[in-house]
Design a protein around this ligand. Sequence first.
Ligand code: IPM
Ligand code: MG
Length: 369
Amino acid sequence: MPSTKKILFLPGDGIGPEVMAQVRRVMDWLVASGRASFEVEDGLVGGSAYDAHGTPLHDDTMKLALAADAVLLGAVGGPKWDNLDFSLKPERGLLRLRKDMELFANLRPALVFDALAEASSLKTELVAGLDILIVRELTGGVYFGQPRGISDLPNGERRGVNTQVYDTHEIVRVARVAFDLAGKRDKRLCSVEKANVMESGLLWREEVTKIGTTEFPDIALSHMYADNCAMQLVRQPKQFDVIVTDNLFGDLLSDCAAMLTGSLGMLPSASLGEADANGARKAMYEPVHGSAPDIAGQNKANPLATILSFSMMLRYSFDMGVEADLIDQAVRDVLADGIRTGDIMQPGKTLVGTSGMGDALLAKLAAHG
Ligand code: IPM
Ligand code: MG
């Protein structure tokens, strides 16, 4: 029997619970077919945690996250909580998980499924076969830098401050993850910053270059300014293999890359910490899409990004590449059969809901026994 993996489920807000329910079905299939054994705990994060406990992430939930082998998160946020104090907003729950688990490397693949190449807003030939990976630094930079805040000035104005700051070790550790992943792919890494205007960007460029020369001489390293990268992503996206960049640029560029694929509803992500002595990393997996409050509770959301996030968990946290491949292939098969949720619907295809997509996927998996 495979060893039991401890997973914390944090469905969160909006469509989170619905899409997570479909992951549960996939997990149950893995267990029932003797391929895996899971111990699952459930917790609250975001607005749902605020409603229950008055905080977007309770300390007890944080403890569960730290004790788990991996965390799977749905989505956080919604208009109901928009006017809360900054420190209580649903997003703070997510940011605390990232920070306290020290998940400094955020992997955001942008992969165009053959069956969906025409759903992109770009010309099909520009995106068909696209497979890029953005590695976003996730626990530093302007998201967390001090000083920060809003203060009153003597002249009656107010001042808002955030600080972009990177220390050597923060750059080096995320660069190593990116180089390493590039080594398993096409061996090309593009490092992105604004070294032309920001000292933190210059340091970023120098440190990444050093790691490349000394530790990863077989990876072709290039550098690009972030504004140019945004432009190149929509001009000629297939020029990229792996991109490594800071927290804020990574936030922007990954949304941009995501849209190349036609739908945010398809994109998974992994957030990884440092490897311990046994090679195990703290890890959290989540879809790139948000909580989509406009369609929440209507059985309309696309569960595939969350299911693919679970597949990344199997691959990166549990060394279950075979099972991850099974799930990824089932997703491709379902799409090839023309099964579509509303966000990826095309003329002539079959529109299904969240659970209908789960049914179709389970049917493909069941074919494997
Ligand atoms: C993301 C999101 C988050 C971020 C928000 C929800 C805090 O946009 O994961 O890309 O800015 O990092
Ligand atoms: Mg974002």
